[in-house]
Structures are given as C-alpha cells and as structure tokens.
Design a protein around this ligand. Sequence first.
Ligand SMILES: Cc1cc2nc3c(=O)[nH]c(=O)nc-3n(C[C@H](O)[C@H](O)[C@H](O)COP(=O)(O)O)c2cc1C
Length: 161
Amino acid sequence: MIENTSLLSKQITHGVYVISVANGSEQNAFTAAWVMQVSFAPPMIAFSINPEHYSYKLLQASGECTVNVLGQDHLAIAAHFGSSGVREKMTTYRWQSGKTIAPVLSDSLAYFDCKLSHTTDAGDHKIAVCEVIAAAELNSGWPLLYWQTGNMDGSSNLNKR
Ligand SMILES: Cc1cc2nc3c(=O)[nH]c(=O)nc-3n(C[C@H](O)[C@H](O)[C@H](O)COP(=O)(O)O)c2cc1C
C-alpha cells in the first residue's frame, strides 16, 4: 500500500461537484470530487461515494441524483456541502426542479440529472454508475478544480495514520 495517499488525491485531476439526492420529502447534498464520465451512449457518469454518507441512503432509496458543477467562485459551497453534521444543510442555497426528484443547485455552472444504474464496491467507497437523463448549463464560468480546495476534505491528514 502506498504511504502518501494525499499525493494520489491531489495529483489526479478532478473537478468539484455537489451531488444532490432526495427521497420522498427528504433532501440532501454532498461535495464530491471523484466524478467522471464513463459512457457516451447512453451518456453515463460514475462517482465514488462513502456508504456512510446520509446522501448514500437517499440515493439508494430513490435511485436518482443530480450532479451539479461548481465554479471558481464556489469554494464556500464546496465547504458547506463537504461538511458533516451541518444542520438544515439545504436551506442556505437556492434550488430548482429538474427531471428527477433530486433538486438542482441554481448557482451551479451546469447540472446532470441522473438515474442510478448500479453500484459496485471499491474499498471503503461505493462506485455509483448513473445514466444521465437530462442536462443543462445554468451559469457561465470556469470549473472549480479539486486541488484548489486544499485540505478542505481532510485528505492530507490521512497520511498521518
Ligand atoms: C472537496 C471535497 C471533495 C469530496 N469528495 C468526495 C467524494 O468524491 N466522495 C465522497 O463520498 N465524499 C467526498 N467528500 C466528503 C463529503 O462531501 C462529506 O463527507 C459530506 O459531509 C457528506 O455529506 P452527507 O453525509 O450529508 O451525505 C468530499 C469533500 C470535499 C470537501
């Protein structure tokens, strides 16, 4: 096993996203960097999610989510949805309806409405493979990059174990 896991995290290039989920009247969202396109036809996105996240429970229950793309001005949004134990996590930002039960973040650069195809195990995470059923650009700007978030996710601390 490699010693320096933060090297892995920061040298592999990622964007930064807020993945929103819902089930019935419950809504939630979490910041994610481990996101990528995995198919053209049908269009598919995969992301890696810690199964202990509250968002994972809602994703499993409804089978739907929205991947919202963050921009350069969205560090505070990344921090907000990347923190656990935030009370009333969804009330601070504006949301709109898309084609799934999951809400769309109105400030995002673009969004992808997704139906969960399947999940598969990946160490301490699950890979969620999703079909994109709708997408749109909402605002102009450059995407936020994962390395610009510094140690916001605490990944540097993992080396100290
Ligand atoms: C920049 C950044 C990137 C993150 N990337 C991921 C990721 O790809 N997958 C994941 O499961 N958690 C990721 N996280 C952690 C979750 O966003 C965080 O644990 C969140 O509090 C989970 O929310 P929930 O428990 O309300 O669902 C990231 C956090 C930050 C700050």
